[in-house]
Design a protein around this ligand. Structure first.
Ligand SMILES: Cc1cn([C@H]2C[C@H](O)[C@@H](COP(=O)(O)OP(=O)(O)O[C@H]3O[C@@H](C)C(=O)[C@@H](O)[C@H]3O)O2)c(=O)[nH]c1=O
Length: 185
């Protein structure tokens, strides 16, 4: 019912649920505890989030929550298209500071599983893009942290020039990786 692919950083998974299309449209199980568990992904989601980003080039990130409210995130797009990015911030990881970047769209129906220990962000590549994601810990503002999307040490290609990006004030002020506390071993 679903395909699961490991990415260059193996803890990050790309998931493609099956889509049943017919003359009415389509049907898809976008998350199934049983099917995910059978694929080795035992996840206990507690909250669903949705955001709409009107302008192309809306960049949200890079965000993560620290323990004990660290979150796995299962991210998908129901309208439009994003470049979704997961940065490894596990201090002892061989891929610390490296990232995975994947296009998710309503069309390709792919989902990205961003595990605990990663900072997450995305940029929208189409107007009015809707992003939905499930998380395994509740929102905890005191544990909500950010990492600078434009930290040169991360080397993320956001595909659009800086003057074409729309960000929150908060997202312009995050520390760089070298200045950030190590929240994950
Ligand atoms: C994340 C979050 C925000 N909020 C509130 C706080 C604030 O007033 C408003 C907007 O919050 P933000 O500006 O943090 O929203 P946003 O920039 O969209 O934050 C999200 O970005 C992506 C990349 C993620 O990975 C998410 O986990 C989350 O951090 O919504 C909640 O009530 N619950 C939540 O779970």
């Amino acid at each position: 019912m679903l395909s699961v692919e490991g990415m260059a950083i193996p803890a990050v998974k790309m998931i493609t649920p099956k889509k049943f299309s017919d003359h009415r449209g389509f049907f898809s199980e976008t998350w199934s505890r049983k099917a995910f568990a059978e694929a080795g992904l035992d996840l206990d989601f507690v909250q669903d989030n949705q955001s709409l980003s009107a302008p192309v080039g809306t960049l949200r990130g890079l965000h993560f929550q620290s323990p004990p409210f660290a979150q796995d995130k299962l991210v998908r797009v129901t309208r439009g298209r994003i470049l979704d990015v997961a940065v490894d911030i596990r201090a002892s990881s061989p891929s610390f500071g490296q990232h995975v970047a994947v296009e998710l769209s309503a069309e390709n129906w792919k989902q990205l599983l961003v595990p605990v220990g990663f900072a997450h962000g995305f940029v929208t590549l189409e107007p009015d893009t809707e992003v939905l994601y499930k998380v395994t810990a509740p929102y905890a503002p005191e544990n909500d942290h950010g990492l600078a999307f434009d930290d040169p040490a991360l080397g993320i290609d956001w595909r659009l020039p800086a003057d074409k990006l729309t960000l929150s004030d908060k997202d312009r002020k995050h520390p760089r990786l070298s200045e950030m506390l190590r929240f994950f071993e």
